[in-house]
Design a protein around this ligand. Structure first.
Ligand code: G6P
Length: 611
């Protein structure tokens, strides 16, 4: 959701900004633009893709050493050229890009309108820019001071980057609630919503915190709080290579990320799980072990796919640790005045670590005294930083909008946590604990094995790609996987799909079943196997088309289903890590067969930084 890029230094700014914007395309956007400083401000913006903007700029004089760029995901005002960022101020002397939402923009707009301001766009961002300019002119102050004064009046979330035509090599930046990374070079600085735009130039970065303002020139980075006090920038070394954000021979990032799962799961286990020694090492859990052991309740907050990982964790933690678990949509939790008792632990699950709803939900719970534990993929992200403890999923950068490898990483981390807590709490037998450790250790190999028959899913996808809707059913640990399978199909192929607990299907969705409806059963061998066989019979009796994900060696379901995909045998606790993969592949192949831009499906954003 909205990507921002900036550069000031000795190189040409435009190519760096454009390349940076392309790296941020994965976040999801509908229009784009750049502003360059070169003896005045030049602003170019357009609805559509970055490549389209680039085409329209061929032959123009784009020479500049300071520039900013933006990909916009529309909130206030439709996707259009005029609503695209950067916005220019009323005088034309300032340009600004913004990621976030200014909640009190209507009030500010009213004040400015009374003063005679008119607006070229429908955006909250242009209002903020003119508000800043108004302060600058009335107070006869510099841009930095005007930004500081303005931000004290603003409610909402933002990262803003500003250019001032009287300061040819300076970018002013500020953040609250949306991500901002500054890359430090020699005689140059880079800015981005994440580190990907600056990866080939520098590994030294500063993660800007909320309520901080940065004044950036080629040779200097000054960080201040809104009280105008200087803050020493905390420089972090990036542990990420360029190859991690490139396609590496795959047609799409999504496919690459699905196929990376044997190694990302292995990376997640590495250095933590030692099955032979019977140990799990997780510093974040160890630091908070007393809190976990004594927790009256665990509340998992998350959104989207991460919420589904939370649902699987609910089953696992309750089973192994005997701690009551609730799984909440962060967007509901943050507004519904939930009861949080002393001793409750909140686990925030998030790939990006920047999802606005999840971030605010944990901030609120923290204020009420809850211990916050983050299960996050992006190192140094906001959720990781405000958590009291945490465990990274180590899945590497996930570029495809639909979460795949991050999801299996979340399952692995949450399973390891449950095992560790259960062991410390004494709620698991030594034998079961030891078995599960070996089971977990074997997951990367099993994922590798099942991916070998990915082509079978391609054939299934061909067969069902024209279906208008689909049903996904599962029980127990596989129920959240049915939800995830349905979500993936919706996101990537635009086919309407619903996920349901297999037995609950009788209370409604069964009315949809006819000889056209594909029904995907996630039916690996577990305690519910016989029950789910009956559910399959119920669908077949109504002529539904059954696609079944089953365990190798299953002798019953293949005789009933129209299409079958086998996954290796695993303990039911580990089964979701395997059974989700054919569903990821199914959505991918259907999406590709339908001509969908699977890495950037319409309307979706990778990192949802507005509520
Ligand atoms: C967006 C993404 C999903 C993701 C969800 C939560 O909707 O498209 O793939 O699951 O946000 O994001 P998070 O980064 O918090 O896991």
């Amino acid at each position: 959701m909205c990507g921002i890029v900036g550069y000031t230094g000795y190189r040409e700014a435009y190519p760096i900004v454009i390349k940076g914007l392309k790296r941020l395309e994965y976040r999801g956007y509908d229009s784009t633009g750049v502003a360059l400083l070169n003896g005045g401000l030049k602003v170019y913006k357009k609805k559509g893709r970055v490549a389209e903007l680039e085409e329209t700029l061929v032959g123009k004089d784009l020479h500049s050493h300071t520039g900013i760029g933006h990909t916009r995901w529309a909130t206030h005002g439709e996707p259009s050229d005029r609503n695209a960022h950067p916005h220019s101020s009323a005088s034309g002397k300032l340009a600004m890009i913004h990621n976030g939402i200014i909640e009190n923009y209507a009030q500010l707009k009213q004040e400015l309108t009374k003063k005679g301001y008119t607006f070229k766009s429908d955006t909250d961002s242009e209002v903020l820019l003119n508000f800043i300019e108004d302060i600058k002119e009335n107070n006869h102050c510099d841009l930095e001071e005007a930004v500081r004064v303005a931000l004290k009046r603003v409610t909402g979330a933002y990262v803003i980057l500003l250019l001032d035509d009287s300061k040819p090599d300076t970018i002013i930046a500020a953040r609250k609630g949306s991500p901002l990374v500054i890359g430090i070079g020699k005689g140059e600085h880079f800015l981005g919503s994440d580190a990907s735009p600056m990866l080939e130039y520098t590994k030294e970065v500063v993660y800007v915190n909320d309520y901080e303002l940065a004044i950036i020139t080629p040779d200097q980075l000054i960080l201040k709080n809104l009280g105008n006090e200087k803050i020493t920038p905390f420089v972090t070394k990036l542990d990420m290579e360029l190859a991690a954000i490139e396609k590496g021979g795959y047609e799409h990032f999504m496919l690459k990320e699905i196929f990376e799962q044997p190694s990302t799961i292995y990376d997640c286990l590495r250095g933590r799980l030692d099955a032979a020694a019977g140990t799990i090492t997780m510093a974040g859990v160890e630091k908070n072990i007393e809190a976990f052991k004594n927790a009256g309740r665990i509340i998992i907050v998350a959104c989207g796919t991460s919420w589904h990982a939370g649902l699987v964790a609910e089953y696992i933690i309750e089973e192994l640790c005997r701690i009551p678990v609730e799984v909440e949509y962060a967007s509901e939790f943050r507004y519904r005045n939930p009861v949080i008792n002393k001793g409750d632990i909140i686990i925030a699950v998030s790939q990006s670590g920047e999802t606005a709803d999840t971030l605010v939900a944990i901030e609120k719970a923290k204020e009420q005294g809850a211990v916050i534990f983050g299960v996050v993929n992006v190192v140094g992200s906001s959720i990781a930083r405000i958590s009291d403890g945490g465990a990274y999923t180590h899945a590497g950068p996930e570029i495809g909008v639909a979460s795949t490898k991050a999801f299996t990483g979340q399952l692995v981390v949450l399973t390891m946590m449950a095992l560790k807590i259960a062991k410390e709490k004494g709620t698991i037998s030594q034998e079961r604990y030891s078995n599960l450790l070996f089971e977990l250790d074997a997951v990367p190999e099993k994922v590798e094995a099942l991916l070998k028959s990915a082509d079978q899913i391609k054939l299934i996808a061909e067969k069902y790609k024209t279906a208008p809707s689909a049903l996904f059913l599962g029980r127990g640990y596989n129920f959240p996987i049915a939800l995830e399978g349905a979500l993936k199909l919706k996101e990537i192929s635009y086919i309407h799909a619903e996920g349901y607990p297999a037995a609950e299907m009788k209370h409604g969705p069964i009315a949809l079943v006819d000889d056209q409806l594909p029904v995907v059963f996630v039916a690996t061998k577990d305690a519910y196997h016989e029950k789910i066989v009956s559910n399959i019979q119920e669908i077949k009796a109504r002529k539904g088309k059954v696609i079944a994900i089953v365990t190798e060696g299953d002798e019953v379901i293949p005789g009933l289903a129209d299409d079958v995909y086998y996954v290796p045998h695993a303990d039911e606790i580990m089964a979701p890590m395997l059974s989700v993969i054919p569903l990821q592949l199914l959505s991918y192949y259907v999406g590709v067969a339908k001509g969908v831009d699977v890495d950037k499906p319409r309307n979706l954003a990778k990192s949802v930084t507005v509520e």
